[in-house]
Design a protein around this ligand. Structure first.
Ligand SMILES: *Cc1c(COP(=O)(O)O)cnc(C)c1O
Length: 338
């Protein structure tokens, strides 16, 4: 039994999901003739109360397309220092869109409306033009933390006052919605564009979707083509997404419960300095100064338990669909023995 907690992207499609994929009706999506892709896009657009949605091969490409839609070269994007678009997209913001990032020193990947206001450059020609605010919900490097919706509303008002776009990296928005009992419509209401992943907690092999209204989304398909993201009979993949929306959203609560239980166990260990608050499916903890990080990771690996380092003596575990009850029992048992 291999217990892989490195990420919620390690899941493999279930038999039922594969069956749904096998039965998909497909066509050439470059001609916009794939009925399953069209259905998925229409469904997700509608869920968020937006006019348009576009299927992407990755969350990175969906985010990078959003940055391109909102900015011109030389502009500045306001985001947290932990932001995925800044840390984990290979410098794509500068490579693809020629923009810089103004990094906010937030808390667990989140910041306040006041900090946004302070980060907007003055309207003078020698400053970079602030054109977009980008946030992540849940935050990845922030340990699966969920934003306070009221703070998001306040940021929306600041964006309106200062003519800034507002993009949500919703790679794990499903986790946030389930944890906070919020709705897709609430999020559609406040953001200009939202990227959502199907390949994280929802368990699909591939796929992300970018949503927005017609105006901002007009060029999305052209940008996707430029980035090389056009696909042909992608309905086989979209079918997995449709299946996941039906069956794999509500169950996320189970991943969250397991993550909290892991956290409780970790807190009892003398080798651990602190466990970050656990709101969803990500557990980030820090080892004591006298504990060797590699040895700690290796000790778990010897038991077929895999976790990853986040740098700075922090380690991460992520619960997911394929982390089943028997694995959870074994992990908890192993932690008790550490
Ligand atoms: C995983 C992730 C993405 C997208 O990653 P891909 O691997 O390109 O699908 C974007 N943002 C966040 C916060 C993520 O965790």
């Amino acid at each position: 039994m291999i217990i892989d907690l490195r990420s919620d992207t390690v899941t493999k499609p279930t038999k039922a999901m594969l069956d749904a994929m096998m039965q998909a009706r497909v066509g050439d999506d470059v001609f916009r003739e794939d009925p399953t892709v069209n259905t998925l896009e229409e469904r997700i657009a509608k869920m968020f109360g937006k006019e348009k949605a576009l299927f992407f091969p990755s969350g990175t490409m969906a985010n990078q397309t959003a940055l391109k839609l909102h900015t011109n070269p030389g502009d500045q994007v306001i985001c947290d220092k932990y932001a995925h678009i800044y840390n984990y997209e290979s410098g794509g913001a500068s490579f693809n869109s020629g923009v810089s990032c103004k990094l906010i020193d937030g808390n667990r990947g989140m910041f306040s409306a006041k900090q946004v206001l302070e980060s907007i450059n003055p309207d003078a020609y020698y400053y970079s033009k602030s054109s977009l605010v980008e946030i992540e919900n849940t935050t990845n490097k922030g340990g699966g933390a969920c934003w306070d919706y009221d703070e998001i509303l306040k940021i929306r008002n600041i964006c309106d006052d200062n003519k800034l776009g507002f993009h949500l990296d919703g790679a794990r928005i499903w986790n946030a919605l389930v944890a906070k009992k919020e709705t897709t419509k609430q999020y559609g209401l406040v953001f200009d564009t939202i990227s959502v992943c199907l390949s994280k907690g929802l368990g699909c092999p591939v796929g992300s979707v970018l949503v927005g209204d017609s105006g901002i989304m007009e060029n999305a398909i052209r940008i996707r083509k430029i980035f090389g993201g056009n696909m042909r009979q992608a309905g086989y993949l979209a079918a997995a997404g449709l299946y996941a929306l039906d069956y794999n959203v509500d169950r996320l609560i189970d991943d969250h419960k397991k993550a909290k239980e892991i956290g409780e166990e970790l807190k009892k260990l003398s080798t651990i300095k602190m466990v970050e608050p656990i709101e969803t499916n990500i557990v980030i903890f820090e080892l004591n100064d006298d504990v060797n990080e590699n040895q700690f990771v290796q000790r778990l690996a010897n038991e077929n338990i895999y976790i990853i380092s986040m740098g700075g003596r922090k380690l991460r575990m992520v619960t997911h669909m394929d982390y089943i009850g028997s694995m959870h029992e074994k992990l908890i048992g192993t932690l008790k023995k550490l």
